[in-house]
Design a protein around this ligand. Structure first.
Ligand SMILES: Nc1nc2c(ncn2[C@@H]2O[C@H](COP(=O)(O)OP(=O)(O)OP(=O)(O)O)[C@@H](O)[C@H]2O)c(=O)[nH]1
Ligand SMILES: [Zn+2]
Length: 362
């Protein structure tokens, strides 16, 4: 059964005439201020109101009863009432979640379709992997691409540590796929955390910054790939203190699973959402056609499949299988199709098919 935590699941019962509920059931909160949620921490929400205006404030809020069980997540735009001064000790009341443009979701794993909203209103998913140390895993990247496709947000693959190794295999693997790839490396080939290292070059940081400008970008990556290095270079903050407008005074590693940061000198609508608690996406809630759809170079070939085709190795008349066999998906076609089958759960060889790398933590 598909269960949603999304607000779309909560329906307001129409009154007898079938019209909208009476006004008295729908407080309008005309004086409410609209803010963006930047952290969620044990029932306390941190929001920035009036982004980019001279009166920009970061404030703490608690949810109002009328929100019922609707989760409020990082990236949400919310209506706030009560004490919205943002002064120390002040507490606002969060009374409404504005309609979301996008919703990035995940399941706990690939079998339990119980899904959660990870981040709202993101426009890009930046998948960060290292060229080496740790070795990149295409399965993880493909899985993340599926999550982005399902959410309708643009994926960007950022390959770090290219000073250690040129990521030729990865570039070949994604040669036919519709995904933007950015390479990042430290200037002098030394780990940026090393004493005396020159870190990332200003040009590189500028290139990446321009990709993020005006976007709400979710950064996702395994531990050690250089995500903090990147976030720090982009936001001008230092590790563990990376923050926004220096107002909340909280470190990066709160118990929250995501945190929105604002790069220095970026337009007010530019946000980077770091996801320290999320290592990968379970895909159980995603329909098969969206898993196929994320494999952009293979998906069109599914038009030639019989109805309900599993796209497995033995599926009769599978258009994708034929497309790849004819070499039309390029040299990486067979490897991409193997990966697609794993994510679809139709890989006959369980040795290959088991994807036990999820390691999702909260
Ligand atoms: N050679 C090289 N090392 C890098 C590069 N980027 C990051 N590193 C090093 O890789 C190590 C991990 O980088 P972090 O930025 O802490 O990685 P992270 O992904 O944030 O890891 P967690 O904080 O564990 O989530 C550090 O020693 C960095 O200095 C790079 O481009 N080249
Ligand atoms: Zn097929």
């Amino acid at each position: 059964m598909r269960r949603n935590w999304d607000e779309s699941n909560i329906r307001v019962r129409p009154n007898k005439k079938g019209s909208r509920p009476r006004t008295k059931d729908r407080p309008s909160y005309k004086d409410a201020e609209i803010g963006r949620i930047i952290t969620v921490d044990r029932g306390r929400y941190t929001a920035v109101v009036d982004e980019g205006s001279p009166t920009e404030r970061t404030l703490t809020a608690v949810r109002a009863k009328e929100l019922r069980r609707n989760p409020v997540v990082v990236g949400d735009r919310v209506a706030l009432v009560g004490d919205t001064s943002g002064q120390e000790g002040s507490l606002a009341r969060l009374v409404r979640i504005e309609e979301r443009d996008t919703v990035l979701r995940r399941s706990a794993d690939d079998t339990d379709p119980y899904e959660r909203v990870v981040v709202a209103n993101a426009t890009q998913l930046v998948i960060v992997v290292a060229a080496a140390n740790p070795e990149p895993r295409t399965g993880f990247i493909d899985r993340s691409l599926v999550a982005a496709f399902d959410a309708g947000i643009r994926p960007i693959l950022c390959i770090t540590k290219t000073d250690l190794k040129h990521p030729q295999e990865l570039l070949d693997y994604f040669a036919q796929a519709d995904v933007r790839i950015v390479l990042s490396e430290s200037r002098d080939g030394r780990a940026p955390s090393e004493e005396g290292s020159q870190g990332l070059s200003p040009n590189l940081v500028e290139t990446i910054s321009s990709l993020l400008e005006g976007e709400v970008s979710v950064l996702l990556g395994h531990s050690g790939v250089g995500k903090s290095t990147l976030v720090n270079a982009l936001t001008g903050s230092t590790r563990d203190t990376g923050h926004v407008n220096a107002v909340t005074g909280r470190g990066r590693h709160t118990s929250s699973s995501a945190l929105a940061l604002q790069p220095q000198d970026a337009p007010a609508d530019t946000w980077i959402i770091d996801t320290p608690g999320i290592r990968s996406f379970g895909l159980a809630h995603i329909p098969a056609e969206n898993i196929v759809g994320a494999f952009t170079e293979l998906a069109p070939a599914s038009a030639g499949c019989p109805k309900g085709c599993s796209h497995s190795r033995t599926a009769a008349g599978c258009g994708i299988t034929a497309f790849v066999a004819e070499g039309k998906a390029g040299a990486s076609g067979p490897a991409r199709l193997d990966s697609l089958r794993k994510l679809l759960g139709v890989e006959e060889n369980p040795e290959v098919g088991s994807e036990k790398e999820l390691g999702i933590v909260e």
